[in-house]
Design a protein around this ligand. Structure first.
Ligand code: ACO
Length: 330
């Protein structure tokens, strides 16, 4: 295909407040230890929203940085797509708040609900709109503030998450080999009970008398998700590489969803990616859900590990269950 969706600029936003494992345990009264968390997850610290910070403020800041770096005007952007499951409001969409705050007057705006795969799905939507000639430029953001949804009394989940946003400006480019090469998106709703936030929707609205066990906050069957994630990450990578006719050895940088170091290591092992080809920042941020993959891309660019022309493989999984992968010539 000669018309490609190319990532031209990146931006990011993380809350200023950092909690180490020890600080989190102390402040939130969690019966855990730095040793347990590092051993089981690789997470050492995470950024957590304070004060007025939230999903919208992070998304707007990340979007503003990406837009500024792209050199485009707000009026050039024709679509704002935000991958999130933790918008400040159930509706209207986070994308509409970003569109307004950044003065993007000539664009559609919508959210994508695909949890930790939100950025993969959002980028795929932008790519399709660009490749088919519907739009020229899109602002794509992955963001979550799951610290606002965790149950701080559940030590098996509350230690996993952090808050972050990251954004990319995607533009149509005719010719050349840069751009999104291939995407796969997959789902299995039968696994919905593995990661849920049961209350707050229309089935169990706020203030309703919910049945025993139904409450607002993330509930996760960690072991089931772990097993699913190991297989899903590998399968999505295999499928996208196969469909693109590209060998894993040709990948220059592997950027997996940053949920758990053991899950990342298992995926890297399956494709024999050496450690210098695997981007990891889960130790600094924890699982930032929709923010995770674009934040990793942002840091890879900033640290010089990701340069134009490199072949990048991103892969993510999350609540739904959903999973997917993007293969990108950066
Ligand atoms: N500190 C200390 N001990 C703990 C903690 C904690 N924070 N949490 C659990 N434990 C204990 C348990 O109570 C259990 O004790 P027991 O044996 O006496 O019963 C023991 O540690 C082992 O618990 P497991 O759940 O078996 O621990 P495991 O090694 O499986 O690690 C974890 C748990 C880290 C949650 C892992 O299952 C995991 O990473 N799963 C994947 C989660 C994920 O990636 N989710 C992403 C999607 S989120 C989204 O889409 C929004």
């Amino acid at each position: 295909m000669s018309r490609r969706a190319v990532i031209e600029a990146v931006g990011h936003a993380v809350p200023a407040k950092v909690y180490t494992n020890e600080e989190l345990a102390r402040e939130k009264g969690i019966d855990t230890s730095d040793e347990w968390i590092v051993q089981r997850t690789g997470i050492k610290e995470r950024h957590i929203c304070t004060g007025d910070e939230g999903c919208h403020s992070l998304a707007i800041e990340a979007g503003r940085e990406a837009l500024r770096r792209s050199g485009l005007q707000p009026s050039d952007i024709e679509m704002v797509i935000v991958g999130t499951v933790s918008g400040d409001y159930i509706w209207p969409s986070t994308a509409c708040f970003v569109q307004d705050a950044l003065g993007i007057k000539n664009a559609g705006a919508f959210d994508v609900s695909a949890a930790c795969a939100g950025f993969i799905y959002s980028l795929a939507n932008a790519t399709a709109l660009i490749e088919t000639g519907v739009i020229e430029h899109a602002l794509v953001i992955g963001v979550d503030a799951l610290s606002k949804q965790v149950d701080w009394t559940d030590r098996s989940t509350c230690i996993l998450f952090g808050d972050a946003a990251a954004a990319v400006v995607v533009s149509a480019v005719e010719g050349g080999d840069r751009g999104v090469i291939k995407t796969v998106m997959l789902s299995d709703g039968s696994g919905a009970p593995f990661i849920t936030n049961d209350a707050g929707g229309t089935k169990y609205p706020p203030n309703c008398v919910a049945p025993e066990g139904i409450k607002y906050g993330i509930q996760m069957k960690g072991n089931e998700v772990y097993r699913f994630a190991i297989k899903a990450m590998g399968d999505a990578c295999e499928k996208v590489l196969l469909e693109a006719g590209i060998n894993a050895s040709e990948v220059d940088l592997f950027v997996p969803h940053q949920a758990n170091l053991r899950i990342i290591d298992a995926a890297a092992e399956r494709f024999k990616f050496p450690s210098e080809k695997v981007f990891v920042n889960v130790h600094k941020y924890g699982n930032t859900s929709g923010g995770s993959i674009p934040l990793a891309l942002y840091e890879a660019v900033e640290t010089g590990r990701l340069k134009p022309g490199m072949l990048v493989l991103t892969v993510g999984f999350g609540a739904g269950l959903v999973w997917g992968a993007n293969l990108i010539r950066w």
